[in-house]
Design a protein around this ligand. Structure first.
Ligand code: GUN
Length: 288
């Protein structure tokens, strides 16, 4: 079998097309949605991610503002900025780029963002809503992008065995909850660094979500024949003196899978499109 590709770039572009018309209506009747991104310090990968978010805003017509705080700024500086943005009626979405410098309490800062402006979907109110079965709010972007990609395949997930590898609050945990929600009805296993016999877990799974950040963590022959593979990893590895981006799943897994996401061009662009969708939704909720 050679897997069909779930093209996140293409699907993300289609979603953005849909958002453009909502944005132009909003802009004509009131004002453009407004996303504020805050970056602290000089993490080079963060600059790349933030630039990609700014480019997406531009494509769609979303206003974006960026605050660059110096590496040596303190917690109070960031807290007062978040308070100011929370209170600003012209700001719809607030995103604090992760990682913050190590002396910052990242989870504490996330909790200070107003839940209705939390376009990352990381606030406990937004994460908690998923547990109650409400999936119409600010969903975390990578998990909701994964669900859109699964939906796009047209495959039924009902009763299927889904394995989520990784239990982060940003990807693994919410992705597991979304897969198990009523109406989707997958049978979900969450595995992590202490899980025994990952190979057998993978071999018996119809849906594999790899979100650990370790290149080739999932060997290609572990993939069940006909499985759907969503590779969330974006790992920089050096091959022959050049840096390449690879996922968590070994290259060649498409010989076994029915559907697979590429790296790059899979989950990454979908995450950005979901951020744009959350920003538009946040703005609509404020304006209408
Ligand atoms: N750093 C890498 N990806 C993300 C993201 O989706 N949101 C935030 N806030 N920081 C990130």
């Amino acid at each position: 079998m050679s897997a069909s590709i779930i093209d996140g770039k293409q699907l993300g572009a289609e979603i953005e097309e849909g958002l453009k018309s909502s944005v132009s209506k909003m802009t004509a009747s009131s004002r453009a949605p407004h996303l504020v991104v805050v970056i602290v310090g000089k993490d080079p990968a963060s600059f790349v991610y933030v630039r990609n978010k700014e480019k997406a805003c531009k494509r769609i017509g979303i206003r974006s503002t960026r605050y660059d705080l110096p590496e040596d700024s303190n917690h109070d500086d960031l807290i007062s900025l978040v308070r100011k943005l929370n209170d600003d009626p012209e700001v719809d979405g607030i995103l604090i780029q992760s990682p913050l410098p190590s002396d910052f309490d990242e989870i504490g800062i996330t909790e200070m963002i107003r839940p209705d402006k939390d376009v990352d979907g990381f606030h406990p109110v937004n994460l908690g809503r998923i547990v109650t079965g409400r999936t119409d709010g600010m969903l975390p972007c990578t998990p909701s992008g994964i669900m859109k990609m699964l939906e796009w395949t047209g495959e039924s997930l009902k009763g299927k065995k889904a394995l989520v590898i990784g239990r982060s609050r940003i990807v693994g945990m919410p992705a597991a909850l979304l897969l198990a929600q009523r109406g989707i009805d997958a049978t979900v296993t969450i595995s992590h660094s202490k899980s025994e016999d990952l190979e057998s877990l993978c071999r018996s799974s119809d849906i594999l979500i790899a979100a650990v950040g370790k290149p080739d963590m999932v060997r290609k022959e572990w993939v069940k024949e006909g499985a759907i593979v969503i590779d969330v990893g974006i790992n920089r590895v050096e091959v022959g003196g050049r840096i390449r981006l690879v996922g968590d799943v070994e290259e060649g897994a498409s010989e076994y899978a029915k559907w697979i996401t590429p790296v790059p061009g899979g989950v990454g662009p979908m995450t950005i499109s979901m951020l744009m969708m959350n920003t538009v939704r946040a703005a609509e909720a404020r304006m209408y």
